[in-house]
Design a protein around this ligand. Structure first.
Ligand SMILES: [Zn+2]
Length: 376
């Protein structure tokens, strides 16, 4: 049985699919404040107690497969982001049968007071090295440089997967937030089906899909009129390609909701006051975060985060008519990720999963990809 953790160590990876847009060459600012990561979870209802229910056994092994780091940058390396680098990044993650990537194993220690510690100092250090370019985020074993606090914990219904949001505070008062996803059993690679035509979230031959209809809400307070229209239109477009059993059931604005890390609600969030892409010449309008079962066959959770401030890099607010097209494109593109489609960059094949912003409704490729994924 192979282990895999293709999501570990890379902020931009398969299940966390970022969608930068075209470069903006006229912007020359070299200092960008990305905002307090707390803005990502402002107003959400959070639970930090659920893991006290005997979930962990002393001595058991758990498997970390995803880390995602949000940081409060105040200075960034202003290197340009090219389409080529995005494509290389995508290509580098499409390696589901690689044997040299492993999930990171942690041993659980539960003491007599019920205090829970997740232990793997050596590997923890390896992980940290990947993130120190943006400042110290997590405690390095043996060095008391950063404090961390659990902000939200969530368990899948079958209790086989859990996620944590952790607030971290570095010595320079830089705030950070970590998203961690763990499996109780090592993630396994499913039988791959031959498929070179369609790009799916976990690779062309990995048929990760929803088992049932998808209940989707809008976790948003500011842009709901604009967003609501676009989501309804985009959902109807995708539903025209989906079998009835897997349609998206869009329920509109939710009045209360948990953070995006929660495994039991599926939401589109709009986040204000936080840049996703620190380079002012490019924009990362949205990300989609999918979680599959241990064997990767079934998508159990998906959340879309739209970064309102990124739209404002164009000089007008998110709700401005000029940006409606960008916003609409972003919504339909991210819904494609939610359903299990990855980017489609092959020239000459129109797709909402490309970065061709002129494409505003699902194309023949998109429809066929969905039918290949769900039609069996
Ligand atoms: Zn994308």
């Amino acid at each position: 049985m192979k282990h895999l953790a293709f999501l570990v160590l890379l902020p931009l990876t398969l299940a966390i699919t970022a969608c930068p847009s075209k470069k903006k060459s006229e912007v020359t600012s070299k200092t960008v404040y990305m905002g307090d990561p707390q803005n990502l979870i402002k107003g959400t209802s959070r639970d930090t107690d659920a893991w006290k229910e005997g979930y962990f056994e002393d001595g058991e092994t758990i498997y970390l497969d995803t880390i995602f780091n949000f940081a409060a940058y105040d200075e960034v390396n202003n290197k340009p982001v090219s389409q080529e680098s995005i494509e290389q990044e995508n290509a580098a993650t499409k390696n589901p049968d690689s044997e040299d990537v492993m999930s990171v194993e942690f041993r659980v220690k539960v003491d007599s007071q019920g205090k829970i510690t997740l232990i793997n100092p050596a590997l923890q250090l390896n992980i940290l090295k990947q993130f120190t370019e943006h400042g110290p985020i997590v405690t390095v074993p043996g060095e008391d440089r950063t404090s961390m606090a659990l902000s939200h914990i969530s368990f899948s219904k079958d209790r086989s997967i859990f996620t944590m949001l952790i607030n971290s505070y570095a010595p320079e008062n830089k705030k950070g937030m970590l998203y961690l996803r763990f499996y109780k059993r090592p993630p396994t690679i499913p039988d791959l089906k031959p498929n070179t035509k369609y790009q799916f979230t976990n690779g062309p031959g990995v048929y990760s899909k929803w088992a049932d209809t998808i209940s989707l809400g809008l976790c948003d307070l500011k842009h709901q009129t604009t967003i609501n229209d676009m989501i309804r239109k985009s959902v109807a477009d995708w539903n025209s390609a989906l079998p009835d059993a897997n349609e998206i059931n869009y329920r509109g604005v939710k009045s209360t909701y948990a953070p995006f890390s929660d495994l039991n609600q599926h939401c589109i969030y709009t986040i204000n006051d936080f840049y996703f892409e620190p380079d002012m010449r490019s924009a990362g309008y949205g990300i989609t975060l999918n979680t599959t079962t241990t064997n990767m066959m079934t998508i159990i959770d998906s959340d879309i985060v739209l970064f309102a401030k990124e739209f404002e890099k164009n000089g007008v607010p998110m709700t401005h008519p000029k940006l409606r097209e960008n916003l609409y494109y972003t919504v339909i593109h991210e819904l494609g990720h939610m359903l299990g489609l990855d980017h489609q960059f092959t020239p000459g094949i129109p797709s909402v999963m490309s970065y061709e912003f002129e494409v505003m409704q699902i194309q023949t490729y998109d429809r066929e990809a969905i039918q290949e994924l769900y039609g069996q």
